[in-house]
Write a protein that binds this ligand. Structure first.
Ligand code: HEM
Length: 434
């Protein structure tokens, strides 16, 4: 593997990212079980209390949880930016996310304003603390990746500002909500989640999947261009909400965002097609699933833009949500973690060996730290859950519960894999340190 551009000596202690990676699947399972319990109404409309609860268990409890851990891991390694008091920051952010997510979801589910606002306050505090800690470390971004991470954090700040505003008005002022909800979810999914994943992909796809590098213009400009496109779209949506622009202008302004993500997905698939090692690799499969879902989402969005009657069908938005959150976000994150988890364990065992003055103590290869066969089983469950969920948006009565149970099984299997790797670390590091 080629580690050029990484400062591996600066990696934080393993507990810093691991506590996030091990907690996240519990929220994925909770989202899936909630859907199975409530049933078809979760996929009947974007606005039901259970849908909003499920969406936030996934976007905050799963996606943002993993990404907070990944960010604390990557800032020093990828961007040369050291986070001060990293253990304390990780413990604080993690604790607040774990407490705030069920409260926010419970507030949505029970339509309880006090619960929702308490959850929102804890989550905004957690993620604002992450932005402050990371922002201080990134004050002078030294690398291209550092600039990408800084833009993803700025998008998170926009998401949080809108989240706080929406939480303050939830259940009080429905009339003006949709445009601000759309802005919040767009900055959350295509700013915070998307820009971070694209920034990390430019580093880890060539490294872990042995592909050629992304083309230089993509490396230099894709993330800033997408950020600018998000700003322009927000301005257009704000003006249209006041009646100063026709609604069609907002669709037009969203085109560069769809084109940028479509390009990223197509470029990743093309690079994978040209990879140097042809051996089967589950990470490649997850990325194909993720980027394929992203391309489908871009096509579905395009169809809705060309035929507005199609986009008015509630199933359109729900299918888009499934493709972006589960198809793209969750699949790509599983794919990354299948490489990052064993890599981190291997790295920290290696460090422990030197720290104990035993540089020759044996360390198993990475593929034994997270077995490929078990990961492939999880991948098949993930595919099954995604197909069933997508179909359930069309036939909710028939398929919501089977789809939700398949998703719970997929998250549970991923949790088992991650816990197994963490357990192997504890078992292997003990004899090195003794
Ligand atoms: C930090 C805490 C957060 C709070 C307090 C919060 C709060 C809210 C509120 C109040 C709504 C609007 C509900 C309505 O008016 O009907 C909403 C919608 C939404 N939020 Fe969040 N949010 C948070 C974080 C996030 C993040 C980080 C993401 C994405 C990564 C996200 C994705 C969404 C989505 C996709 C919707 C629309 C749901 C739908 O259309 O069914 N939220 N959020």
């Amino acid at each position: 593997m080629d580690y050029t551009g990484l400062s591996l000596d600066a990696a934080p202690p393993l507990s810093v990212p691991l506590r996030f990676f091990l907690a996240a699947p519990a929220f994925g399972i909770a989202a899936a079980l909630l859907t199975a319990w409530v049933g078809p109404s979760v996929l009947a409309s974007r606005w039901t209390p259970a849908t909003l609860a499920t969406v936030h268990l996934l976007t905050v409890g799963y996606l943002s949880m993993v990404m907070a851990g990944a960010l604390l891991q990557l800032l020093p390694v990828l961007a040369g930016a050291r986070v001060g008091h990293e253990r304390a920051v990780a413990a604080g952010v993690h604790g607040l996310l774990c407490a705030g997510t069920p409260l926010l979801a419970g507030g949505f589910l029970l339509s309880d304003r006090a619960l929702l606002r308490t959850g929102a306050a804890l989550l905004v505090t957690a993620l604002a603390a992450l932005i402050l800690a990371a922002g201080r470390a990134l004050a002078v971004p030294r690398t291209r990746a550092g600039r990408g991470l800084a833009l993803a954090l700025t998008a998170l700040a926009a998401t949080l500002g809108l989240a706080a505003w929406l939480a303050g008005r939830y259940l009080t002022a429905p009339a003006s909500r949709p445009v601000w909800v759309d802005m919040h979810l767009t900055w959350g999914l295509f700013g915070w989640v998307g820009l971070l994943l694209i920034t990390v992909a430019h580093q880890v796809v060539p490294m872990f999947q042995m592909t050629p590098a992304y083309p230089a213009p993509s490396h230099h400009r894709l993330v800033p261009a997408l950020f600018l496109a998000l700003l322009l779209w927000s301005a257009a949506a704000g003006l249209a909400a006041r009646g100063a622009l026709p609604a069609a202008a907002v669709t037009f302004a969203a085109l560069p965002i769809a084109a940028g993500y479509g390009w990223f997905a197509a470029a990743t698939l093309w690079l994978q097609h040209r990879r140097r090692r042809r051996l089967p690799d589950v990470t490649v499969a997850y990325w194909r699933l993720g980027t394929g879902s992203l391309l489908l989402a871009a096509a579905l969005w395009g169809a809705g833009a060309a035929a507005p009657a199609f986009a008015r069908d509630p199933r359109w938005a729900l299918l888009l949500g499934v493709l972006v959150i589960i198809g793209f976000g969750v699949s790509v994150i599983h794919g990354m973690l299948c490489k990052i988890l064993p890599f981190l364990v291997w790295l920290h065992l290696h460090r422990a060996r030197f720290a104990a003055g035993r540089p020759r103590a044996p360390i198993p290869p990475m593929k034994e730290l997270l077995p490929e066969r078990a990961a492939r089983r999880q991948f098949h469950l993930q595919c099954l859950a995604l197909v069933l969920l997508a179909a359930a948006t069309v036939w909710p009565q028939l398929l919501t519960r089977p789809a939700a149970l398949a998703l719970a099984a997929a998250f549970a299997e991923f949790w088992r894999l991650a816990l197994g790797t963490a357990h192997r670390y504890r078992r292997l590091v003990r004899p090195v340190e003794e």
